[in-house]
Design a protein around this ligand. Structure first.
Ligand SMILES: [Zn+2]
Ligand SMILES: [Zn+2]
Length: 285
C-alpha cells in the first residue's frame, strides 16, 4: 500500500489541477493521496469528482503558522472543512493583504506620516494591495526619495518601525482549532533548515504536549542525519512519523510517491480523525 500524505494543486501553489493531481497519483501507483493545499480546501470537490477507482483521497490542508518569529507549516488531515472557527482562521491567513496594509498605514500615522488608506488603495488600483503600494505613498509624500528607500528598518522592511507581519496562525492555536474540527495535525518538514530557522526540539515537545499528532520525517528537505534525529525525537515524544512527497506538479522536482507513509501510521491517523472520512475513488469523471 503506497500512501503519499502531502500534495499541492492549483488550489494553492501546485501546477496540477485537483483532477490532474488525483489522476497522476493513480498513474504513479499510489493507493492513498492527500490533498493539502496551503490554507485552502478549495480543491476538494474537483478532486473527489475525478477520483479514480482504487485511489483513496485524504482531505487536508497545510496551515501557515508562526511561533517565536519562526515560520512553520502544519499539515491538518480529515477535519470538517465547514467548521466555522477553523474556516475563519484559514480565511484570515489568505485574506490578510488589506488588513496588513491598513495596519502599516496606522503605524505610519503613529509615526507622524500623514498617509491615508485612500491614497494607498488608489495606488494599488485593481491589483491586490501590498507593501510596495504603501512604499509608493511614502515617495508621493516626500518621506523617502524612492520606493527602495522605504524598504529599510526605519520604515517598511521586515522588522521595520511601520512593518506589519503577515498573519500566520500560532501553531498551538492551529492544533486546538484542527482538533476541535475533528482533524489530525502533523508538523510538516520540521527540519527543513534551507528554508530558514527551524523550530527547536523543546518547542516541538511543547506542541506534542498540546496535542500534536505527528511529524513529517521522510521529506526531500531532510538529509539522512535530520531524519535519524527526528525519528528519535518522535519516539521520545510519542509522535507519529509520516513521509510524503510535498508534490507541487512541475513547480518542484519531487515526484508523487517519492516518500511515503507507513500503512500503520495512516491507519492511526484515520482512527483519530472524526471530522471527515477518507474518500474512496469510484471511477472519476
Ligand atoms: Zn510546507
Ligand atoms: Zn507543502
Amino acid at each position: 500500500m503506497r500512501i503519499d500524505l502531502h500534495c499541492h494543486s492549483t488550489a494553492s501553489d501546485g501546477t496540477d489541477t485537483p483532477a490532474e493531481l488525483v489522476r497522476n497519483a493513480a498513474a504513479a501507483g499510489l493507493d492513498v493521496v492527500a490533498l493539502t493545499d496551503h490554507d485552502s480546501t478549495r480543491g476538494y470537490a474537483e478532486a473527489i469528482a475525478a477520483l479514480p477507482s482504487g485511489l483513496t483521497l485524504v482531505t487536508g490542508a497545510e496551515l501557515s503558522c508562526r511561533v517565536d518569529g519562526i515560520g512553520m507549516h502544519m499539515l491538518a488531515y480529515l477535519f470538517d472543512p465547514d467548521e466555522p472557527a477553523l474556516l475563519a482562521e484559514r480565511e484570515l491567513v489568505r485574506d490578510d493583504r488589506v488588513p496588513r496594509a491598513r495596519g502599516m498605514v496606522a503605524r505610519l500615522n503613529e509615526l507622524g506620516v500623514p498617509v491615508t488608506w485612500e491614497q494607498v488603495a488608489r495606488i494599488a488600483g485593481e491589483g491586490s494591495v501590498g507593501r510596495p503600494h504603501v512604499a509608493t505613498a511614502l515617495v508621493e509624500l516626500g518621506v523617502v526619495p524612492t520606493v527602495s528607500d522605504a524598504f529599510t528598518r526605519e520604515w517598511l522592511a521586515d522588522g521595520g518601525r511601520a512593518h506589519v507581519e503577515k498573519h500566520e496562525t500560532d501553531p498551538f492555536e492551529a492544533i486546538r482549532l484542527v482538533k476541535a474540527a475533528g482533524g489530525v495535525t502533523v508538523f510538516a518538514h520540521p527540519g527543513a533548515s534551507k528554508r530558514g530557522r527551524t523550530v527547536s526540539e523543546s518547542v516541538i515537545a511543547e506542541l506534542a504536549a498540546a496535542g500534536l499528532d505527528g511529524i513529517e520525517v521522510d521529506h526531500m528537505d531532510h538529509g539522512d542525519g535530520t531524519r535519524v534525529r527526528l525519528r528519535g525525537l518522535a519516539a521520545d515524544l510519542g509522535l507519529l512519523v509520516t513521509g510524503s512527497s510535498d508534490y507541487h506538479g512541475s513547480r518542484k522536482t519531487c515526484v508523487l510517491g517519492e516518500y511515503t507513509t507507513d500503512p500503520e501510521v495512516y491507519g492511526e491517523i484515520i482512527r483519530r480523525a472524526t471530522g471527515a472520512f477518507p474518500v474512496p475513488g469510484t471511477g472519476g469523471a
